[in-house]
Ligand binder design. Structure first.
Ligand code: GLC
Length: 565
């Protein structure tokens, strides 16, 4: 398998607004990231992905861009950005930016022109339709709101938006628009960044017949993502996009694929000769539990571990030889993984168990900021404390449908994206050391016990465990084995244990993790050496390993004398 820098990296996602506030206005910023680069270097990560910092009215925290060439003043200036790029390079780290190409803000100059008249240069940069018998053009729902159409009085027609109504979708059928996107990409790549995470990239083509969706559902507007996900032209657009950026072959392009892309297509998008993407973020492993049912009475959380393993295995098997993949538990669109798949009562054990899987599977791991200290979901006292546009819309919808306030709160507490957007917990100072001013979103109450400062002081901490595992993955003699090994799942039907082997030539490591708080047993592999574990010892009889709650171990198995270096 061909070695590449991005295959050997450990990624780290920074949600800038909540990472570190250098100027004490309650909002994180670019200088804040610069302040914390030593921390990140020390953690061992070397590929930083930062959430959008472009000019934006912040309807969706920057995913609604009004000028791609400008930095949002709340985050800093262009010179801060250049300094960030420089400081990252000095540390031999890489930086990728979030590039939003499915839509812009409605305050982008292209859209302001587009909505002004039917005969201007930018009209066709977006997707416009007239009314249908006096109604919206069709019954398609949007990810954030009921309908994906919004009326524009000036031109008496509707524009399409698959996210919020302040985020009109771009029309990728328009060549000039695509060329303008290339100019933006080149501008940032030439400035020295190392690639992009391409936001919502599989939605860039729509079903231009615009016929009503016929899927069965109660509401008038249908959540039918097939109308704008992975349609045939997506590949062609991506190829065209990359073909204009051939001067940047060593950069990495990671596509975000929401909405259940088929494995065949993922293989197409990421195969090594595809000329499209190097790897993708997918999400079918993110909700292998029933939290989406949490607005119902009498709900109890349960994780389907067998299903979860099956999903991971599919990616491990299908993207091994000719493709590459990312590995992540969560991002800024998800609840916190310790609360979601782990267990707050077994905070250390479950956070480190999840870290063990993340950092030993095949693919480039991405840690989401705060995951390395085991940050948890927040307990927002009132629905008014939520800031996320999609949470606010969803809460409104559930209340409208008659769900009780109590249950809507429960739902938001388990599902809302704001859980992952609370201020990063640096210390037990006021506002968790994130800022001296009141942050834009409520700090999690547990910052006194869960924070970087205290975890750096303790020998046994989630943070120290992450440091150790990152180093094992990319700095130790097991590096090649851990990065390029072929994965085989063990005990696929076991309802508590997540275990697998990574094999490279005659070498292998075996990872065994108890995904539950119940004790359980599995066979103990013959002929092995313990590399690391999240308990201070292991409990075994001659042939059996007894796993305690959320215990995770990494064993060196196979030929113990020789290790790929
Ligand atoms: C992606 C982003 C998400 C954003 C959406 C629209 O899914 O991760 O945060 O709301 O795209 O840009």
């Amino acid at each position: 398998m061909q070695a590449e820098w991005w295959k050997e990296a450990v990624g780290y996602q920074i949600y800038v607004k909540s990472f570190f506030d250098s100027d004490n206005d309650g909002i994180g910023d670019i200088k804040g990231i610069i302040h914390k680069l030593d921390y990140l270097e020390n953690l061992g990560v070397n590929l930083l992905w930062i959430s959008p910092v472009f000019q934006s009215p912040m309807d969706d925290n920057g995913y609604d861009v009004s000028d791609y060439f400008k930095i949002n003043p709340v985050y800093g200036s262009l010179s801060d950005m250049k300094e960030l790029i420089n400081e990252i390079k000095k540390r031999n780290m890489k930086l990728i930016l979030d590039f939003i190409t499915n839509h812009t803000s409605d305050e982008h100059k292209w859209f302001k022109e587009s909505r002004r008249s039917k005969d201007n240069k930018y009209r066709d940069y977006y997707i416009w339709k007239g009314n249908k018998n006096g109604k919206k053009p069709n019954n398609w729902g949007s990810f954030f709101t009921d309908s994906c159409w919004e009326y524009n009085a000036k031109t008496d027609d509707y524009y399409m938006h698959i996210f919020s109504k302040k985020m009109p979708d771009l029309n990728w059928r328009n060549k000039e628009m695509r060329e303008d996107l290339i100019k933006i990409a080149k501008y940032w790549l030439e400035m020295g960044i190392d690639g992009f995470r391409l936001d919502a990239i599989n939605h860039i083509e729509k079903d231009w017949s615009f016929v009503d969706s016929t899927i069965m559902s109660d509401g008038f507007y249908k959540e039918d993502w097939t109308k704008f996900s992975d349609l045939p032209n997506v590949g062609a657009y991506l190829k065209d996009f990359r073909s204009k950026l051939t001067d940047f072959e060593d950069k990495v392009f990671i596509g975000e694929l929401g909405g259940g892309t088929s494995m065949d297509l993922i293989q197409d998008y990421t195969s090594k000769n595809s000329g499209m993407l190097n790897m993708v973020f997918t999400f079918d492993h993110c909700f292998s539990n029933n939290v989406h049912e949490s607005y119902k009475d009498g709900w109890n959380k349960e994780t389907d571990i067998v299903k979860l393993k099956r999903i991971f295995l599919k990616y491990q098997e299908k993207l091994y030889q000719n493709n590459w993949n990312t590995i992540s538990w969560m991002n800024h669109d998800h609840p916190r993984v310790v609360s979601h798949y782990g267990n707050e009562e077994y905070h250390y054990e479950s956070a480190t168990m999840l870290a063990t899987i993340l950092l030993t599977l095949h693919g480039t791991p991405f840690i989401y900021n705060g995951e390395e200290i085991g940050m948890t979901n927040n307990d927002f006292p009132s629905l008014n404390d939520y800031k996320d546009v999609s949470t606010i819309e969803k809460n409104k919808r559930l209340l409208r449908e008659g769900v009780s306030l109590e249950n809507v709160k429960q739902y938001a507490q388990h599902v809302s994206r704001d859980n992952s957007r609370t201020p990063f917990q640096w210390s037990n100072n006021q506002f968790a050391g994130f800022s001296e001013a009141k942050p834009w979103i409520k700090v999690n109450d547990n910052y006194q016990s869960v924070n970087v400062e205290s975890q750096l002081k303790t020998e046994k901490s989630v943070l120290k465990y992450y440091q150790k595992l990152i180093s094992l993955r990319i700095k130790s003699r097991y590096k090649d084995l851990m990065i390029y090994g072929e994965c085989e799942l063990l005990y696929p039907e076991h309802k508590s244990v997540f275990a697998f082997t990574q094999r490279l030539e005659k070498q292998s490591i075996t990872v065994i993790a108890n995904f539950t708080k119940e004790f359980c047993e599995v066979p103990y592999p013959d002929n092995c050496i313990l590399l690391t574990s999240n308990y201070k010892d292991i409990k075994k009889t001659d042939k059996r390993l007894l796993l305690r709650p959320f215990e995770a171990i990494i064993l060196h198995t196979g030929n113990l004398d020789r290790v790929a270096t």
